[in-house]
Design a protein around this ligand. Structure first.
Ligand code: AMP
Length: 297
C-alpha cells in the first residue's frame, strides 16, 4: 500500500502515520524527519536545509525528490509506505508521479486531514508555553510565529495538491479535528473502500491502534507478562492455582510500571490465558506419566 498523508503542520499526520505503519506493516517516509536527521548529522543536504527549515521555508524540490526517490528504493519500503510531508507542491507531485512510474509503482490513495487553522495555532501556543515552563527545548520551527508562516506556505503551495489529486480521483478528505482513534478509523474505512487494504485488517479495532505509546506499552507488557506466566506455570512443584496466581502477579507489576489501566487488563488477560494453557499442558503431561507408570506396573 502506498499512500500520501496531506494536511497542514500540526494536523496529526505524524501521529496517524505512526498508527498506520503499526497496523499495516509499512514504513513512514517523512521528508521533514529525514531533513532534520541530515541537519543533525551535518551532511551537505543538512547544511543546505538548515537555514531554510528554521525560517519555515521550503527546501528545494531537487533535494527532497532525490531523498524520497532513494528512500523508496530501500528494501523496507517494498511492502508499502506513507508519504508524510511530501509532496508539498504541485511540481513535487508531478515529480513523484514520474518517479513512481519509472519504478513501476502505483499510488493507492491521498488522505487529506482537514483541520481548523485557528485551533491549530491555539494548540501550538499552549504546547510551546508548557514546554518552556518545563524548561524543555522547543523545536526552532515549532513556534506560533513560524507556524503562521508554515500555514501560509501550506495554503499557497500545498493546498493546490487537493485539486491535483481530486482530479486524479485519488483524494479522500477526513476531518482531522476528531479524536485520534476516530481519525484512524475513518482513514481505515477509506482505505477499505478504495480496496487499498484487505478487509481482514478491519477486525483489528481502532482501540488497538489507540495512542501509540499505549499500544506499544500494552504489547510489550503483554508479551513480558505472558513469558513470565509460561515460565511460572511450567514449574512442576506448583499447583495450578498457585501457577495462575503467580502468573497474574507478574503482569500486575509490569502494568503498574506502564501506569496504564488498559495495559493492566491486557497483560492480566494474556497472562491468565497463557498460564491456563501451560497448566493444562502440564496436567496432560502428568496424566500421561501416571498412565505410563500404571502400564509399567
Ligand atoms: P515537516 O516536519 O514536514 O513539517 O517539515 C519540516 C520542514 O522541512 C519544513 O518546514 C520544510 O522546511 C522542510 N520540508 C519538509 N518536507 C519538505 C518538502 N517536501 N519540500 C520542501 N521542504 C520540505
Amino acid at each position: 500500500m502506498r499512500i500520501i498523508l496531506l494536511g497542514p503542520p500540526g494536523s496529526g499526520k505524524g501521529t496517524q502515520a505512526q498508527l498506520l505503519i503499526q497496523r499495516y506493516g509499512i514504513v513512514q517516509l517523512s521528508t521533514g524527519e529525514m531533513l532534520r536527521a541530515a541537519v543533525a548529522a551535518g551532511t551537505p543536504v543538512g547544511l543546505k536545509a538548515k537555514e531554510i527549515m528554521a525560517s519555515g521555508g521550503l527546501v528545494p524540490d531537487e533535494v527532497v525528490v532525490r531523498i524520497i526517490s532513494d528512500r523508496i528504493d530501500l528494501p523496507d519500503a517494498k511492502n508499502g509506505f506513507i508519504l508524510d510531508g511530501f509532496p508539498r507542491t504541485v511540481p513535487q507531485a508531478e515529480a513523484l508521479d514520474e518517479l513512481l512510474k519509472h519504478k513501476h509503482l502505483k499510488l493507492d490513495a491521498v488522505i487529506e486531514l482537514r483541520v481548523n487553522e485557528s485551533a491549530l495555532l491555539n494548540r501550538v501556543e499552549t504546547r510551546v508555553a508548557q514546554m518552556r515552563e518545563r524548561g524543555e527545548e522547543v523545536r526552532l520551527d515549532d513556534t506560533p510565529e513560524v507556524l503562521t508562516k508554515r500555514l501560509a506556505s501550506y495554503r499557497n503551495q500545498t493546498e493546490p495538491l487537493i485539486h491535483y489529486y481530486s482530479e486524479r480521483r485519488k483524494l479522500s478528505t477526513i476531518d482531522g479535528m476528531m479524536a485520534i482513534d476516530e481519525v484512524t478509523r475513518a482513514i481505515h474505512r477509506q482505505l477499505l473502500a478504495l480496496g487499498a487494504v484487505e478487509p481482514k485488517t478491519h477486525a483489528r479495532s481502532a482501540a488497538k491502534a489507540a495512542p501509540v505509546k499505549k499500544a506499544r506499552a500494552s504489547k510489550a507488557a503483554t508479551k513480558k507478562a505472558a513469558k513470565k506466566a509460561t515460565k511460572t506455570a511450567r514449574k512442576p512443584a506448583k499447583s495450578a492455582k498457585k501457577a495462575v496466581k503467580s502468573a497474574v502477579k507478574g503482569p500486575k507489576k509490569t502494568a503498574k510500571k506502564a501506569g496504564k489501566k488498559t495495559v493492566k487488563k491486557a497483560a492480566k488477560k494474556a497472562a491468565k490465558k497463557t498460564a491456563k494453557k501451560a497448566v493444562k499442558k502440564g496436567a496432560k503431561k502428568a496424566a500421561k506419566k501416571v498412565t505410563k507408570k500404571r502400564a509399567k506396573r
